[in-house]
Structures are given as C-alpha cells and as structure tokens.
Write a protein that binds this ligand. Structure first.
Ligand SMILES: Cc1ncc(COP(=O)(O)O)c(C=O)c1O
Length: 376
C-alpha cells in the first residue's frame, strides 16, 4: 500500500497484530494484465446479455429500497438455491437446509467461527484449497495438515488415524479437490465422517465448489441422517459469476440455525440478493457452458499427456500438470508467452484453468513451444 513517508516507515510489525498473523502474507493469486488468464479457475464466458438485462432490472427494483436493510434471512434466495440443489441432485433440499453468504469463503468462515475457534482444531488433506487453513488461522482455529497419496487421492487409512489421534472439531473434504482436480468417492467421505464422529464428534465440511464439472454426482444425498455433515457450494465457478460473490451451504436445519450465531446482521446486501436471484432465473443458460468446459478440460488433459507431461486426473475445470524440477521457472516461461497459469506451491506441479478453446490453444502453444526450446 502507498502512503506518506511517515506512513511508509510504520509497518504491520509496528502494530499490535495477533501473534499468529505476524510475518504472514495475504492470500491472492497475481492479477496480472496478460492476454490469457487461466489462473483462478474462473469461468471464461461472460454472462449472456439477456441475463445482464435481467440483473439490471432486479437491481433497479432493489435500489428503490436501499434505504432499508436487506432481508436478513435471504428467504427468497435460499428458496431458489434449495430448488436448484433439489433439481440437480435428486435429493430434497428445502429453505431450512440452505444458508448463503458472500462467496463460499464466507460460508467457510462462518462455519469455522461456529464450530472452530480458539482451543479447537480443523484438519484438511493437503495439497488442497489453502483458504481452509487460512480461514482457520483467521478464526483462531488450530490447523492440522492431513495426508494424501502420491497420486493426490486421500490416504484413507492415514486420514482415519490422523482424525483418531488429533480429534479435530472440523474435517474438510474438497471434492473435486483444488488444486489437484481429484474427486473423492462417497465411500471415502462416509468413512471420514464415521471416523470424525467416533473421535469427537465433529463437523465434516464437503467443499463442492467445482462439483458441476465432475464426472460423478454431488454428495448432497449423504446429508440424509448425518446432521454433522455440511456441503458447501458457490456460484463463482460453474455459474460463471465469480464477481457476484455468492456461496451457499446445504445441511441439517440445526447447522443453519447455528451459523446465525456468528453471521453479521444483513451480511448479504440487497444488491447481491437481487443479482443472484436474477442469475438463478437463468440457470440453464449459465450452466450451458459447463459441458463445453468439461470437454475442454478433457482436451487439455489429453494434449498435455501427448506432449509428455504428467497430469493428475481431473474432475474440475482445471488441470494439474508437471512434473518440473523448478515449477516456478516454467510458470514464468509460460507467462513470458502471454499465458498466466497458477503456481500453487505444490512442488513440481502447476495448474491451468480450462478457458475458451482459443485460450486453451494459446496455453498449449506456449507449453509446446517451451518443450521445443528444451529440445524434448
Ligand atoms: C475449493 C474451493 N472452495 C471455495 C472457493 C471459494 O469460492 P468463492 O468464490 O465462492 O468464495 C474456491 C475458490 O477458488 C475453491 O477453490
């Protein structure tokens, strides 16, 4: 951040910041101005024009009431989200099962504020979505890094052991996993749930941010009879609405009641609710690109394999590829060719988001060129 000389000489370390935040860096992928950005797992397609019009209409209506606080319980929005979940999973979800917030990051934060916190711990199986650990830290929750196999699937025996030994209050399962793209089978989630209940009991949060891109089904039906299970979702990926900031969860109504204890009053603005409702009127149009992105994801996998790269099996809208002695150097070489991918810090691996066919061609041209330069 910029400031006057006096402001610049005074830094974070001079403030009475909490000890566990000292020396840490904020989370965030580089937002670089390059022709092809395939680094944050966004949907590359802008919203269709009729939807843009509908959003404008809905927001105009909402604007007339902006002197008032929004619907604190977001009843209409949660009802529509419940309908979407029921329609797409075949598992009956109602208003009382659904809660929404500003992105699934806020959903996760509310869950950790409710079920984690000082003196409590959460476990995730890494590499995985690093915000789980960072939100844990932000909420004063201890973080335990659980194991994965070499192929990035969850090492169930080791995970069960870690749960039994550490007795965490919260267990994160990300399926498909970010950054690896790995899907977690329902049997594994069930086994982890049983282990977590036997150890504590604790909450199991299944992060399904990318589920619409998966070859398999959502784990929503597992909610039946499991009140300590939560499925979190987002409109940032498949819905192509990352700028909207709308995440949601499905769980037993008691979980929805519990997060009320920590949510800020009126946390979801009337503008956000109006925009999300407009988007949900156009679910079919929004999700129409999902199939195309899945095809492009599969094309990236086969072309990267054909080029001689190793690729992790992906059920998401991105592909992890390697292996590199120096992944960051390759990240830079790809960037030098105008394409931004993600270096998640997984040693030897990089991640590329499936973009439009043209963007993916640009990426494939870049890695082909790098291979050629290396003479391999
Ligand atoms: C696994 C996972 N969960 C949650 C999120 C957060 O999404 P949102 O935009 O809804 O906050 C992401 C974003 O990249 C993610 O990869």
């Amino acid at each position: 951040m910029e400031g006057t000389d006096e402001q610049v000489s005074f830094g974070i370390d001079d403030l009475p910041v909490r000890d566990e935040l000292r020396g840490k860096s904020p989370y965030g992928a580089p937002q670089l101005d390059v022709p092809v950005r395939l680094n944050t797992n966004e949907n590359p397609y802008p919203l269709p024009e009729p939807l843009v019009e509908r959003i404008a209409e809905r927001v105009r209506e909402a604007a007339r009431d902006l002197n008032r606080y929004p619907d604190r319980d977001a009843v209409e929005l949660r009802t529509r989200l419940a309908e979407y979940l029921t329609d797409t999973s075949g598992h009956e979800v109602g208003l009382a099962n659904v809660w929404a917030a500003n992105g699934s990051n806020e959903v996760i934060q509310q869950l950790l504020q409710t079920f984690g916190g000082p003196g409590r711990t959460a476990i995730g199986f890494e590499p995985s979505y690093s915000m789980h650990g960072l939100i844990a830290r932000g909420t004063g929750t201890g973080w335990i890094s659980g194991p994965r196999h070499e192929d990035f699937t969850i090492d169930l025996a080791a995970a069960e052991k870690a749960i039994a030994e550490n007795r965490p209050d919260v267990v994160f399962v990300t399926t498909p996993n970010n950054p690896t793209g790995t899907a977690v089978p329902a049997e594994t989630v069930l086994a982890l749930y049983e282990a977590a209940q036997a150890a504590k009991p604790s909450m199991v949060i299944v992060d399904e941010a990318y589920i619409e891109f998966s070859h398999g089904d959502s784990l929503l039906p597992l909610l039946e009879g499991r009140p300590n299970l939560v499925v979190s979702r987002t409109m940032s990926k498949a819905f192509g609405a990352a700028g909207l900031r709308l995440g949601y969860l499905a769980a037993h109504p008691a979980v929805v009641d519990a997060v009320q204890l920590v949510r800020l009053p009126y946390h979801l603005s009337a503008v956000t609710q109006a925009t999300a409702l407009a988007a949900l009127e156009h679910t079919d149009t929004l999700l129409k690109y999902v199939e195309q992105l899945k095809t492009e994801r599969d094309r990236l996998v086969s072309e990267l394999l054909a080029l001689g790269y190793e690729v992790t099996a992906s059920d998401a809208n991105f592909v992890q590829f390697g292996r590199f002695d120096d992944a960051h150097a390759v990240w830079q070489q790809i960037l030098d060719r105008g394409v931004l991918v993600r270096d998640n810090g997984v040693p030897g691996w990089l991640r590329v988001t499936a973009g439009t066919p043209e963007e993916n061609d640009a990426f494939l041209d870049a890695v082909r060129d790098i291979k050629k330069e290396q003479g391999s």
